[in-house]
Write a protein that binds this ligand. Structure first.
Ligand code: NI
Ligand code: MN
Length: 228
C-alpha cells in the first residue's frame, strides 16, 4: 500500500491492486501540498461533518466513478447535494466492497454540518486491504478505552491518530492510545494546521518512550508518500 499525506487529516491510499482511497478530503487545507491528486478516486471516506473533514467532497465526488462511504446523516446530505454514489453505514458495521472492507468504529467527538445542523455521530474507519492488512484512521477523537477493543478485534498494523490537542487528543493521550491499539506503525495527523493544534511529533515521541510503547512513528510531511 502507498499512503500520501495531504495535510491535516487528509490521506490518499493506493492499495496493492490499485484502488485509490481518499480519507477526509480537505485537499485545500492550509498545509496541503501544491500537487494533489484530484481523482477520480474509487472511494472517499468521511469521518464526520465538520468542515475540515467534509472538506472538498462536493467538488471531488460528483462523478459516477467515486463511491463515498460515510455515516447515514452525511449520506443524506451528500445525496441532496448532487453526489451520485454514496454508501451510508453506521458505527460497528462492516461494508465489503470488492476485496476491501470498511469498518466504521466509534470516535469520541462531535459532528455538525457547516450550517450547525446535526451531522450524525463522528467515526473512525478500519480499512481491510486486499491482502488482509488493516489500517485504522481514527478521525477526530479523544482517547477512549474501547481503542483496546479495536486493537484486539482488528489488529491494525498501521494507525493514523490525531495528536494536535485542544479539539482532539494531545501527544500524551495519543501515545497512550498506541499502548491500547498496539500497531506496528503510527502516523500522526491533525496537528500544526492551525496554531491551536499545538501538539508536536517531538512530544508524541517523548510520551511514547515515557509509556514504553514500541511503535514506529511515521511522521509524513504534507505531500510525502510512504510504502507500507
Ligand atoms: Ni472535528
Ligand atoms: Mn477536525
Amino acid at each position: 500500500m502507498e499512503i500520501t499525506f495531504y495535510g491535516h487529516s487528509c490521506f490518499k491510499l493506493v492499495t496493492e491492486e490499485g484502488k485509490k482511497i481518499l480519507i477526509d478530503p480537505w485537499i485545500t487545507n492550509p498545509s496541503a501540498p501544491k500537487e494533489v491528486d484530484l481523482g477520480p478516486y474509487d472511494y472517499i471516506l468521511i469521518t464526520h461533518a465538520h468542515g475540515d473533514h467534509l472538506g472538498d467532497v462536493l467538488k471531488l465526488a460528483r462523478t459516477s466513478v467515486t463511491e463515498v462511504v460515510c455515516i447515514h446523516e452525511i449520506q443524506q446530505f451528500l445525496l441532496k447535494n448532487g453526489v451520485p454514489r454514496v454508501t451510508g453505514m453506521n458505527i460497528g458495521g462492516n461494508y465489503k466492497s470488492g476485496k476491501l472492507t470498511f469498518t466504521m468504529v466509534p470516535a469520541v467527538h462531535s459532528s455538525s454540518f457547516p450550517d450547525g445542523s446535526y451531522g450524525g455521530d463522528p467515526c473512525g474507519f478500519v480499512i481491510t486491504l486486499e491482502n488482509g492488512k488493516k489500517v485504522y484512521h481514527a478521525g477526530d477523537t479523544g482517547i477512549f478505552g474501547d481503542m483496546k477493543l479495536i486493537g484486539e478485534l482488528y489488529s491494525p498494523e498501521v494507525v493514523i491518530l490525531p495528536i494536535g490537542d485542544h479539539y482532539v487528543m494531545g501527544p500524551m493521550e495519543a501515545a497512550k492510545a498506541c499502548e491500547l491499539l498496539k500497531p506496528k506503525v503510527v502516523i500522526p495527523m491533525h496537528y500544526g494546521t492551525f496554531p491551536v493544534l499545538s501538539g508536536s511529533v517531538e512530544d508524541f515521541k517523548k510520551w511514547l518512550s515515557e509509556f514504553k510503547v514500541d511503535v514506529e512513528v511515521l511522521a509524513l510531511k504534507p505531500g510525502e508518500t510512504a510504502k507500507i
